[in-house]
Design a protein around this ligand. Structure first.
Ligand SMILES: Cc1cc2nc3c(=O)[nH]c(=O)nc-3n(C[C@H](O)[C@H](O)[C@H](O)COP(=O)(O)OP(=O)(O)OC[C@H]3O[C@@H](n4cnc5c(N)ncnc54)[C@H](O)[C@@H]3O)c2cc1C
Length: 570
């Protein structure tokens, strides 16, 4: 079985009370989810707990790119870029070809010869590293040089004065939260026990100071539980210092939070057929097309407020608009924005807390021992989650055991990936049977891959699920049903934020669809009237708080507005 449901969660919690695990993972972002899959697929008994919803930390708040990071080439970080491009190739071809899609970007050039040659060498190297990483195969098309006219054909809204020509290069994009949930579901398929909204409260140690497990709280019931493990892997991103402090040792990592925000605008606002990559004074700005919207970002500013609910300010939003408008002919305004979101980068500080602990440091991520029996990993990026997971499990096992039980995730397809081609070949037939057009079929395959078949089975047993949501017709009612029946949504906000992502993809953050979505969820999750209205009230309060936050000028004022909406549990 590879579904996440309240029943699966209850069974996992029961098992967690009774088992001593080979590996216990704390944190259900992309790093923890990747570790759970890595460990379970090696045949290790594995449990993973997440204090909020799956992916609700940084891993649902990224630029949603699977990329080598062209800008790192400017720092001559070839190894780093090569590793990420190799992972990009694996994700596109084997691991998650349903979720990860190749994406062209325009890089506008402002001066003629020198800039073009310089950029062409950079992009050429990027392409070459990708081909080498994929064993000589091309997993995305290579760069193309475009004249001004050619570039404007691909991106008609670009200001003519903003370019003399352009280079088109490829990267890839992924729905970050969906990737995490799919990783957890695949880990469960290979035997992992998994429970969201279970928070680690204390690290338990034996008399020699070795970690033996954790005390955790089931936030849904308020009950405490003890989970025993031979090894604990802490993958709590920006919470790393808070969680490793529970061990009371001198080891661990130093992690700071830096905020990046995105705005979302409707797909029809720009007719362009490609994304855009712009260098800014601080970093880079991406204009990224999705099937039904554009994502534009990001920023990079220090964040000193609470970590759970980072929010964009009016100033952040203006910054993104201003930089995008430097190249857009018809400037974007606040009225064009349908959604915003903010995330916190786990920025690893150069020093680990105690350098005597054997540490595996890479420029992007670090694994280190916190106390005997517990390791911490942080840094890196979404794209390289698999390498991070492999490193963390290898480190926790130690050289000898790791060699006996090596990682197999470099060739392990996630659920929905196997059989994708055959399933896609049924698209026309399925479309005509169910009355879905090509746009709908594309949407479904990019979200469910070969598991579209399971979505259709639900529609067969209840044909009303085959209807679009009245107020958000890009989604089928069946997708809400599946969020609860297979993807681990426990609350209404879980559906809107990480699964049917209207929280960032619709002008009203999904507000108009609340009643219909709640009615579908209530049936699957067995909510009575009182519970259903509490869920609706809670999500509506969240919408109001998020909208109020983005009107504020400072992080502190925005954070205070956001906190006016209480968490549903915990
Ligand atoms: C603005 C922005 C844009 C980005 N864009 C990209 C991109 O395009 N491509 C890319 O490759 N990378 C990108 N990244 C980086 C990437 O998103 C992160 O590196 C990655 O998501 C971090 O994942 P994580 O699992 O380490 O942390 P998180 O996703 O934050 O997961 C940590 C989890 O630990 C849980 N936790 C904390 N304390 C406890 C506890 N006591 N008990 C149980 N659970 C606990 C939290 O709830 C959280 O879910 C971006 C980051 C940002 C901020």
């Amino acid at each position: 079985m590879s579904v996440l449901t309240p029943e699966q969660r209850a069974a996992s919690l029961k098992a967690m009370r009774e088992t001593t695990y080979d590996v216990l993972v704390i944190g259900g972002g992309v790093t923890g989810a990747g570790i759970a899959l890595d460990a379970a697929s090696r045949g290790l008994t594995t449990a993973v707990i997440e204090g909020q919803d799956w992916a609700s930390g940084t891993s649902s708040r990224s630029s949603r790119l699977v990329h080598g990071g062209l800008r790192y080439l400017y720092n001559l970080d070839f190894k780093l870029v090569a590793e990420a491009l190799k992972e990009r190739g694996r994700l596109l071809t084997t691991i998650a070809p349903h979720l990860v899609e190749a994406q062209p970007f325009l890089w506008p050039l402002k001066t003629p010869v020198i800039e073009r040659s310089y950029s062409a060498v950079g992009v050429g190297m990027y392409d070459a590293l990708a081909v080498i990483g994929a064993g000589g195969h091309k997993t995305v098309p290579i760069q193309k040089h475009l004249s001004k006219k050619g570039a404007m054909r691909r991106f008609p809204e670009i200001k003519p004065s903003a370019l003399r020509g352009a280079i088109e290069f490829y990267d890839a994009r992924v729905d970050d939260a969906r990737l995490v949930i799919t990783l957890i579901r695949t880990a469960v398929k290979y035997g992992a026990q998994a429970a969201s909204r279970v928070k680690m409260m204390e690290i338990l140690k034996d008399e020699r100071g070795r970690a033996t497990g954790v005390r955790a709280k089931d936030l849904e019931t308020g009950e405490d539980l003890t989970i025993k493990a031979k090894r604990i892997i802490n993958a709590t991103g920006i919470w790393t210092e808070e969680t490793q402090d529970m061990a009371g040792g001198t080891g661990g990592l130093k992690v700071l939070a830096s905020k990046g925000i995105h705005i979302v605008i409707p797909r029809e606002r720009l007719k362009a057929t490609t994304g855009m990559f712009l260098r800014t004074e601080k970093s880079v700005l991406f204009i990224i097309p999705w099937q039904h919207y554009w994502v534009i970002g990001t920023t990079d500013t220090a964040w000193h407020e609470q970590l759970k609910h980072p929010v964009p300010t009016a100033k952040d939003i203006d910054y993104v608009l201003e930089h995008a408008n430097e190249v857009l002919d018809k400037p974007l305004t606040r009225d064009d924005i349908i959604g915003t979101y903010a995330g916190l980068r786990p920025l690893l500080q150069p020093k680990v807390l105690d350098e005597s602990k054997s540490t595996k440091v890479s420029r992007e991520h670090t694994v280190t021992e916190v106390i005997p029996g517990m390791v911490a990993i942080a840094g890196g990026k979404l794209t390289t989650y698999r390498v991070m997971a492999e490193d963390a499990v290898d480190f926790a096992l130690g050289k000898e055991l790791a060699a006996k039980k090596p990682s197999i995730t470099d060739h392990l397809p996630l659920v929905g990936a196997a059989g994708l081609e055959a399933a896609r070949n049924q698209a026309a037939r399925i479309g005509s049977t169910y009355g879905f057009d090509a746009d709908r079929m594309k949407h479904l395959f990019s979200r469910y891959g070969a598991e579209v078949i399971d979505l259709l089975a639900a529609i067969d047993s209840d044909p009303s699920l085959g209807e679009p949501l009245k107020e958000a017709p890009q989604f089928l009612r069946a997708e809400v049903h599946r969020a609860c029946a297979a993807e681990g949504a426990l609350h209404l906000e879980d559906i809107f934020v990480a699964r049917v992502r209207l929280n960032s993809e619709a002008r009203d953050r999904g507000g108009a669809a609340v009643d219909e979505v709640a009615e579908i969820a209530a049936k699957v999750l067995d909510w009575d009237e009182e519970r259903t209205s509490r869920e609706k009230e809670n999500y509506r309060a969240r919408i109001a708080a998020e909208l109020a936050a983005e009107e504020q000028e400072t992080d502190s004022a925005a954070s205070q507005e956001r906190l006016k909406a209480p968490d549903i549990v915990g």
